[in-house]
Design a protein around this ligand. Structure first.
Ligand SMILES: N[C@@H](CCC(=O)N[C@@H](CS)C(=O)NCC(=O)O)C(=O)O
Length: 237
């Protein structure tokens, strides 16, 4: 899609929240200028003027500043005349689809992903493993029932939807980070999901194979940053 309004995107490719916006930009085929923000050091005065929270992502759209990843992703979808990410006619069936996507995303973040950061910051490997088991259980009880008609994407969509835009950056991390050397996430997160949560598992594979999701993902970069986060949490650095 040819955009006429210039977009400047402040991001860090290790950040799962910024990754949401990368996915939306890729799906919508929008052109943009990317500016890397290093959040391991204090933010510049210039960046704090753009985003007083100092966080990524931030999007500058013409003269407008848009902050917070979910808002950025929805803004991008709303900035084009029509998109597969969020249908927006007045028809009730589309209103229902949007409500279902929103509920799915809400469920993932309030019931499942709540174990993600604690698993990284756990004080011991045993504690991390236990949080991984809780994550795994929550996938089976909370996510699996909502993905029965996925095929391959949410609600049977053949293309990514806003449900994937807002969750995929975490899905790719939970399936890949437990598999690296010195893993910063526990393998218990993934145990048996292929059989215990087959719809979730298939949906996750489709997500990870999608170029809008994996195109900017740097597994080693993310793993390194998360190992540092864990070492800090355990008082090792
Ligand atoms: N709720 C925010 C979270 C963004 C966020 O936590 N970004 C992190 C990087 S993953 C960040 O900028 N951290 C730097 C800081 O908080 O100072 C969003 O969804 O945009």
């Amino acid at each position: 899609m040819e955009n006429h309004t210039p977009i400047v995107f402040y991001t860090n490719r290790n950040c799962p929240w910024a990754h949401r916006a990368h996915i939306a930009l890729a799906e919508l085929e929008l052109r943009y200028k990317e500016i890397h923000i290093d959040y391991s050091v204090p933010r510049t005065h210039e960046y704090l003027q753009i985003n007083p929270r100092g966080q990524v992502p931030t999007l500058v759209y013409g003269t407008h500043i848009i902050r917070e990843s979910a808002i950025v992703a929805q803004f991008l979808a709303d900035s084009v005349p029509s998109t597969h990410l969020t249908p927006r006619t007045g028809e009730a069936k589309y209103a229902v689809m949007r409500a279902q996507m929103a509920y799915f995303v809400e469920t993932y973040f309030t019931r499942v992903n709540k174990y993600y950061y604690p698993a990284i910051a756990a004080q011991t490997d045993d504690e991390a493993d236990a949080l991984g088991v809780q994550f795994n259980d929550a996938v089976c009880t909370e996510m699996e029932p909502l993905l029965q008609d996925a095929g391959p994407f949410f609600g049977g969509s053949k293309q990514l939807t806003m449900a994937e835009v807002l969750t995929a950056s975490f899905i790719i991390r939970i399936f890949t980070l437990p598999t690296v050397e010195n893993p910063p996430l526990p393998m218990t997160m993934l145990s048996d999901l292929k059989t215990t949560a087959p719809c979730f598992y298939k949906w996750a594979q489709a997500i990870m194979a999608h170029p809008s999701v994996n195109g900017i993902y740097n597994l080693e970069g993310c793993a390194g940053e998360m190992r540092e986060r864990r070492a800090k949490a355990r008082g090792l650095v």
